[in-house]
Design a protein around this ligand. Structure first.
Ligand SMILES: [Zn+2]
Length: 257
């Protein structure tokens, strides 16, 4: 995998945004394998397809690429995306793509991750202010993807600080993380909320520590009167999927989480 962009493609473009788009999209189409089935390449979809930039011709998985000029392996900042409504519709129809997030600098990739599609829920998508009345596309409502709302373990590294990771391990990790997929948006939301709490605790933790998040979760889910039960249910699910262990009564241990 050559991390450098093909700079010759930039000629003829004036805007920095356009140049970045052309170079990063070209790079991905030339270098990226399918992180789900391991197929050697993924193909760029026809332009203007809604939220569907790339497709794997083998397993038919869809991908979108978002890139930013940054030099860090932390993905916490907001990323611009397209139309808010389109994005929400795609997510709730469960036919959404998985996302590549790329950081680049000096015309080369330094960090690249893949986030499985099951980690996109409405709370991850922020509506931007509609464009002003005098704008060319007045009233147009874009959106941001809030990367800090996505659990860290769902941000699977492909390139970390200039080092290309083994594709086979990336595929294994993708499929392990994706095993948490459920078809209900509500269940996805609870799972993500509880996972984000678990990530704030040490490798071994107690149920009592988890209950300290009850107030916080109650603010997010005011209609739910049994947050404790929801927490236990999600912990059970994570145990069934092999992400945590119940070591003894009320004590838990993370496994590769
Ligand atoms: Zn594939």
């Amino acid at each position: 995998m050559d991390l450098r962009f093909n700079i010759s493609l930039a000629s003829g473009y004036k805007s920095a945004t356009q140049i970045a788009r052309v170079l990063t999209e070209d790079w991905l189409a030339r270098n990226m394998y399918c992180p789900i089935c391991g197929e050697i390449s993924i193909k760029k979809a026809e332009t203007n397809a809604p939220v569907r930039d790339y497709i794997c011709e083998h397993c038919k998985s869809q991908y979108e690429l978002k890139s930013k000029k940054e030099k860090t392996d932390k993905y916490i900042t907001k990323v611009n995306d397209g139309v808010y409504r389109t994005m929400i519709d795609r997510i709730t129809s469960l036919d959404n793509p998985s996302f590549f997030f790329m950081h680049y600098d000096n015309y080369e990739v330094n960090n690249l991750i893949i986030v499985p599609k099951c980690f996109f829920i409405p709370e991850v998508i922020e509506k931007r202010k509609p464009l002003a009345k005098d704008a060319r596309r007045a009233g147009w409502e874009g959106c941001n993807i809030l990367l800090k709302q996505i659990p860290d373990f769902a941000k699977i590294p492909i390139i970390r600080n200039g080092v290309v990771l083994d594709p086979k391990s990336v595929c294994n990790e993708y499929n392990r993380v994706y095993s948490l997929q459920t078809n209900s948006i509500e269940k996805r939301g609870w799972l993500i909320d509880v996972l984000k709490c678990v990530e704030r605790l040490d490798t071994t933790f107690t149920l009592k520590q988890m209950y300290k998040f009850v107030e916080e979760l109650k603010n997010k889910h005011p209609a739910n009167n049994n947050i404790e039960a929801k927490i236990r249910q999600q912990l059970q699910y994570l145990r069934d999927k092999g992400f945590i262990d119940f070591s003894s009564r009320g004590k838990y241990k993370k496994i590769d989480l």
